[in-house]
Design a protein around this ligand. Structure first.
Ligand SMILES: CC(C)(COP(=O)(O)OP(=O)(O)OC[C@H]1O[C@@H](n2cnc3c(N)ncnc32)[C@H](O)[C@@H]1OP(=O)(O)O)[C@@H](O)C(=O)NCCC(=O)NCCS
Length: 198
């Protein structure tokens, strides 16, 4: 059975539209520090608020270790043209033996609103389908988070329901919308577009 630990880093670029997904490097320090100044990003991951250079470097080191730990792939989202880091996106594979993954993403405030989040999630999803055991990718999104809901929908995820009091974020129980895509969804969408009466 394939586990996340036995997977290896992709050898061909994981790219879609304006973004490429790549490993984090020390060049991402300014972007990581910028993300740490966002009021929400530090609440949903391990990046401390207003991170020092050392804290940002430790975050980068943790992302680089996630695959070896068996947690999954933590990519830096980078501009395809320049390679400049603009965010983070993860494909978390602890439940790969059940055929399921979760994804999570953040774009640095100065890079938002340019299609980076939606392109990164589209690239991540295509990458996920190259893992034969994976059949379903889930997202958990707070109902107020219109930007993330739109990003999910733009990348082809479907809303499946509201999970009440699902998890604690920032010291408070939060409701979460469950979004998911399953293997074959994009093929079905393409067929429907080609022939709307199917
Ligand atoms: C959510 C987030 C990743 C979106 O990144 P982004 O690069 O700005 O998103 P995009 O530019 O790809 O936008 C995708 C869609 O969302 C819409 N959108 C983006 N931000 C929005 C906002 N604040 N309010 C409403 N719609 C928004 C865009 O208009 C676009 O829709 P369209 O394709 O119909 O035009 C970013 O806002 C972020 O990092 N937020 C903080 C962390 C976070 O919430 N992560 C997700 C946790 S579930």
């Amino acid at each position: 059975m394939t586990t996340a630990q036995s997977l290896s880093w992709p050898t061909t670029p994981v790219a879609y539209g304006p973004v490429v997904l790549r490993e984090f490097s020390a060049a991402d320090l300014p972007m990581v520090r910028e993300m740490s100044g966002d009021p929400y990003v530090p609440l949903i991951g391990t990046l401390p608020p207003n991170a020092s250079t050392q804290e940002a470097q430790a975050y980068i080191d943790r992302q680089r270790g996630r695959l070896a730990e068996g947690r999954g792939f933590s990519f830096a989202i980078a501009e395809a043209g320049t390679g400049r880091g603009v965010g983070q996106i993860g494909l978390w594979l602890a439940d790969l033996d059940q055929g399921r993954a979760t994804a999570g993403y953040s774009v640095a405030p100065s890079a938002r609103g340019r299609g980076m989040g939606a392109a990164a999630l589209t690239a991540l999803t295509s990458f996920g389908w190259a893992i034969p055991q994976l059949h379903r990718i889930e997202l958990y999104i707070e109902p107020w988070n219109a930007g993330s809901v739109k990003t999910a929908e733009r990348a082809g995820f479907e809303r499946e329901g509201l999970l009440r009091s699902h998890q604690e974020i920032g010291g408070r129980r939060r409701d979460m919308l469950l979004y998911a895509t399953v293997r074959g969804d994009s093929d079905r969408a393409r067929l429907e577009q080609a022939d709307p009466v199917r």
